[in-house]
Design a protein around this ligand. Structure first.
Ligand SMILES: [Zn+2]
Length: 334
């Protein structure tokens, strides 16, 4: 049976993706009020007959073990197909790393979220470089077909670390564009009221779509990693509800910045440059933990280092490969 027919019969896109981790044939079907297209494993597009001009990409599983956003997207897909979810936007869903998803790992060979904006060309061929090429191509096709002035891409993640702020969003570096208050308020509506402003170019998926397509893009962190079926459902109620309203074009956000929004600027992106690199704090340190200016924070391979100003840490990972980011240090803006 063709896969879209399986979806119509009630099978989940997550199940079909997991059962076809290497290949899913392209397929397009017109149903009552929309056109459904599968572009490959983990790639499905919905175009309502009467759609608005808000091209929307929701991606998840760029890191395979980050299951909560996968379950949220899968539920939205199921509800679009069975008619429970009203859809107004041309929408592309992406399950980024199906092979890693199937073994409950962050990635197979290489961190996929360091391979966009063409950085896959600089890395030896592997599963994730192939996947980055495939994802870049499907995004290019989607944003070319639905090339409206309003584009958005929310790349949904969960974090490895516990965090003082459970949910937060990263606003990619876009020096030539004004930051969108409506978009920050949308993040607030998704429950990610903490916004981190990136201050440099990146090779992440959200930076890719933001820098190439002028899309309103965010990396959205929705909490902590749990296995499939073990996610605390109650902590995603507002996120689910707002994503649902966004797809049915009923999410109303103000033009004035919401009072709950807290802004952080990235002050330092710490790169690991030595095998001897090590942090001076335990693995259990939470995201957004504050370090004092004169506190010893890390050993750079030659000497112990302080930050020189009070900063909070996000995404510490001393096990990254040399040349990759070991941590971000951020400072509250307002
Ligand atoms: Zn992630």
């Amino acid at each position: 049976m063709e896969n879209i027919q399986k979806l119509i019969n009630g099978e989940s896109f997550l199940k079909i993706t997991r059962e076809n981790e290497t290949y899913l044939p392209k397929e397009t079907t017109k149903i009552s009020s929309m056109t459904i297209s599968i572009y490959g494993t983990g790639l499905i597009e919905f175009i309502p007959d009467n759609h608005n001009d808000k091209s929307t990409i929701l991606s998840c599983a760029i890191h395979g073990n980050e299951t909560a956003p996968i379950e949220i997207c899968d539920e939205l897909i199921t509800n679009i197909i069975n008619g429970k979810q009203d859809l107004k936007c041309p929408t592309l869903f992406i399950f980024g790393n199906p092979k890693a998803m199937n073994i409950g790992k962050r990635f197979i060979d290489f961190n996929l979220n360091r391979l966009f904006t063409g950085n896959h060309k600089n890395i030896d061929d592997c599963y994730e470089t192939e996947r980055a090429i495939e994802l870049e191509a499907v995004v290019e096709e989607f944003f070319s077909k639905y090339n409206y002035s309003f584009k958005r891409h929310y790349d949904l993640h969960t974090a490895i670390k516990p965090s003082k702020h459970e949910k937060f969003a990263i606003y990619p570096y876009c020096p030539d564009r004004e930051k969108s208050i409506e978009q920050m308020n949308t993040m607030e509506a998704l429950d990610a009221n903490i916004i981190l402003f990136s201050t440099s170019k990146a090779t992440t998926f959200s930076y890719h779509t933001s820098s190439i397509y002028n899309s309103h893009s965010f990396t959205v962190e929705l909490g902590k990693v749990h296995p499939f079926g073990k996610n605390p459902q109650e902590s995603f109620i507002r996120t689910r509800e707002s994503l649902s309203q966004l797809l049915s074009d009923q999410l109303i956000v103000s033009h004035e910045l919401h009072e709950n929004v807290v802004k952080y600027q990235v002050q330092l992106s710490l790169i690991k440059n030595s095998e001897k690199f090590a942090f001076h704090f335990p693995e259990t340190t939470e995201n957004f933990t504050l370090f004092k200016a004169d506190e010893l924070v890390y050993f750079d391979g030659e000497k112990d280092c302080t930050l020189g100003e009070d900063l909070r840490i996000v995404f510490p990972n001393q096990n990254v490969v040399i040349g990759q980011r070991a941590a971000l240090f951020v400072k509250q803006e307002n």
